[in-house]
Design a protein around this ligand. Structure first.
Ligand SMILES: CC(C)(COP(=O)(O)OP(=O)(O)OC[C@H]1O[C@@H](n2cnc3c(N)ncnc32)[C@H](O)[C@@H]1OP(=O)(O)O)[C@@H](O)C(=O)NCCC(=O)NCCS
Length: 174
């Protein structure tokens, strides 16, 4: 039997403020191709250290343009500090109202709470505006910074796989 395919919902992506005054989420689109390529180009090693983000670590300008032209299957936001692109956070419509997530920061901006503030803003919006009930994240074993980030946000580990752990955040419980 062919796999059942649910149509990907499309979402409005308004700018989202965060609790940090200079930090804003704005949709990441094809118009950001040059800035996003520059960001990837200086983070190839940072992103692929644990074996994740293989495509990003090999990015070319053409790949970035095609990638940003694709439907993200949810919400794809650039994390902007004082207007400058410093990372990305996604909400993936895996099985609404249950969503997946992914996030990363420019290595030069790690360690200041920007990812925590960005994720909290996006998940709060997902709960309020999309009725999201659950968010899941898969974290490669050894990614201690990602585990610490998820713990700050209230996620809990729910399943272990060969090389990653699945974390869950119940939005109704907040
Ligand atoms: C995962 C990743 C986004 C985490 O970034 P991070 O900077 O550690 O997370 P935050 O931005 O929330 O910052 C937390 C740090 O800022 C500090 N901080 C300062 N002010 C803070 C605040 N208001 N709120 C939270 N933390 C704050 C925390 O103490 C913490 O510092 P520490 O790690 O030295 O203890 C980053 O490591 C990354 O981009 N990794 C590569 C890509 C990746 O692995 N993505 C995830 C795949 S599952």
């Amino acid at each position: 039997m062919p796999p059942h395919k649910t149509p990907t919902p499309s979402y409005e992506a308004p700018d989202l403020p965060t609790r940090l005054p200079d930090l804003v989420l704005r949709e990441l689109t094809a118009q950001d191709a040059d800035a996003y390529y520059a960001l990837l180009d200086r983070n190839r090693e940072h992103l692929s250290r644990l074996g994740d983000y293989q495509a990003e670590s090999r990015a070319t300008p053409e790949w970035v343009r095609e990638h940003l032209d694709e439907d993200p299957g949810g919400l794809r936001y650039g994390i902007r500090l004082g207007g400058r692109l410093i990372g990305r956070v996604d909400l993936i419509a895996v099985d609404p109202p249950r969503y997946g997530t992914g996030y990363w920061l420019d290595e030069a901006h790690v360690g200041a709470g920007h990812a925590t503030a960005a994720c909290a803003a996006l998940y709060g919006y997902a709960a309020r505006a999309l009725g999201a009930t659950d968010i899941y994240a898969g974290v490669t074993r050894g990614n201690d910074r990602s585990v610490a980030l998820l713990a700050r946000l209230g996620f809990e580990p729910v399943a272990e796989f060969a090389d990653y752990t699945r974390f869950h955040l119940g939005l109704g419980e907040r």
